[in-house]
Design a protein around this ligand. Structure first.
Ligand SMILES: Cc1cc2nc3c(=O)[nH]c(=O)nc-3n(C[C@H](O)[C@H](O)[C@H](O)COP(=O)(O)OP(=O)(O)OC[C@H]3O[C@@H](n4cnc5c(N)ncnc54)[C@H](O)[C@@H]3O)c2cc1C
Length: 429
């Protein structure tokens, strides 16, 4: 071996040693991470918010270098995962890779383990560090494991949450498939705020559809920590029509709030009694993805307060938070909303990096829910910044008509499918 090669090998060995030491990890000098003339943005989380932001930044200004830090090589989508649980589609239709983003010049890396807001660096799990001028955190949610007595990571094997799509989705589906006809399904829904406000009720509807068609002697109960929920009248009217005597909703004031669970027997405990299920789906309290806490951008609610124009954290300069992890005022935690926020954030970042003032945005959200495969309902809203929050623009949104004919519901189910294809196609297609 030549002297030059030997010294190269030695220095690589030294670098690996330093990286393994963790605490002394050096800045990661990948050529692809070289400072773009337009600035350097690192995005943590390649879901609906983070992947959209990365793509939008590439489109806005190719001089900005964009690094996407995503822990999983495959993204599994929560939207439409309720149809997987109900056996209406396969999990593979929910899964996407990052090839398109990589081809578009976005550099992807592994898991973010730490953030240093003063030094403006992201520490990766492999010990390397990436510098940023502006950091976007889009880590989605984590389960608040201390939020419901009796519920922990081991309990989730027996009483799946299926609120992060993937193995948990399949586990709940398999439990339903294995259940005897006549078994009771119980879903517990948390208090606000949480990911996808209509999600528990869509799930209940599609499981009721599964029971109606496959296990006709079975029933489902939703135990709720709330007295009201998204698209409530639409759901309840549809349940009366499609699933009479099969689906029961127990409100907070009706004794629905679950105070603890007993996983060994799949029992939900409320102040009013106990419900033992054959299949138990606990949708637990949630918080911003853990890396947000590590970065110091969460407040005592566990979520991240942000400026509604730039989505910059109210707690740490140069760190922006988008998607489910952020507190967005009236705007719900949805993939549609995450996508809209990401585009607005990207536009704001391009302006900020160019030393200009971002414009005040208007954002739109639409959430479709399937009550049956051919029965869709929706809610839409428009939002604007006011007093440091996003508020509803009056008379600019609303829900599907209450007394619509079946053809309208069928049409909305088609729109729901169309929306899902469009948003996933835009990001990963
Ligand atoms: C059952 C269900 C049904 C739903 N249906 C709909 C629907 O029909 N329509 C709709 O609009 N919304 C729906 N939603 C809501 C939607 O899934 C979320 O609002 C959306 O995923 C939020 O996007 P996000 O980018 O904030 O988070 P995510 O999409 O969860 O993305 C977060 C990403 O960050 C990554 N990550 C986290 N931490 C790190 C780290 N430290 N390092 C590297 N990577 C990290 C994760 O791996 C993940 O890929 C549904 C949700 C559920 C649970």
């Amino acid at each position: 071996m030549s002297k030059r090669n030997m010294s190269k090998r030695n220095s690589r060995r030294e670098f690996l040693k330093t990286a393994a030491a963790g605490a002394t990890a050096a800045l990661f000098p990948l050529p692809a991470l070289a400072q773009g003339a337009g600035g350097r943005v690192v995005i943590v989380g390649g879901g609906f918010a983070g992947a959209t932001c990365a793509r939008a930044l590439r489109t806005l200004d190719r001089r900005i270098s964009v690094t996407l830090v995503e822990v999983n090589p495959t993204f599994t989508s929560c939207p439409f995962s309720n149809t997987v649980i109900a056996g209406l589609r396969e999990i593979t239709t929910q899964q996407f890779n990052y090839q398109k983003l990589t081809a578009d010049g976005v550099v992807t890396a592994s898991a973010a383990a730490g953030i240093d807001p003063q030094a403006r660096t992201v520490a990766l799990a492999d010990g390397n560090r990436i510098p940023y001028e502006r950091l976007v955190l889009a880590p989605g949610i984590d389960i608040r494991w201390d939020g419901l007595p009796g519920y922990n990571e081991a309990a989730a094997d027996l009483m799946p949450h299926a609120w992060k799509a993937g193995e948990q989705t399949l586990l709940l589906r398999r439990q339903l498939e294995a259940m005897e006809d006549g078994g009771l399904v119980v879903i517990s829904a948390p208090a606000n705020p949480f990911r996808c406000p209509p999600g528990p009720y869509e799930r209940a509807s599609l499981i009721a559809y599964y029971l109606k068609t496959r296990k006709p002697r079975s029933k489902l109960i939703i135990l709720d920590a709330k007295d009201a929920f998204s698209k409530q009248r639409l759901f309840q009217n549809a349940w009366k029509e499609l699933y009479p005597d099969r689906l029961e909703w127990v409100s907070l004031s009706g004794g629905g709030k679950v105070t603890s669970v007993e996983p060994a027997t799949k029992t939900f405990v409320t102040d009013f009694g106990r419900h033992t299920a054959a299949v138990a789906n606990v949708i637990p309290p949630q918080k911003a993805g853990r890396i947000a806490e590590v970065a110091g951008v969460t407040d005592r609610t566990g979520w991240c307060p942000v400026d509604p124009v730039t989505f910059e954290s109210k707690q740490q300069q140069n760190i922006h938070v988008i998607g489910d992890a952020a507190i967005m005022g009236a705007m719900p935690k949805s993939a549609f909303a995450a996508n809209a926020q990401a585009k607005v954030c990207a536009a704001a970042l391009a302006k900020l990096l160019a030393g200009q003032k971002p414009e005040e945005p208007r954002l739109i959200n639409t959430c479709y829910s399937l009550v049956a495969p051919d029965y869709g309902i929706s809610v839409a809203g428009v939002y604007r910044p006011k007093d440091g929050m996003l508020v509803d623009v009056e008379n600019a949104g609303g829900v599907s008509p209450i007394d619509a004919p079946h053809a309208t519901r069928e049409q909305e189910a088609i729109f729901a499918n169309g929306w899902f294809k469009t948003i996933t196609g835009e990001l990963f297609g």
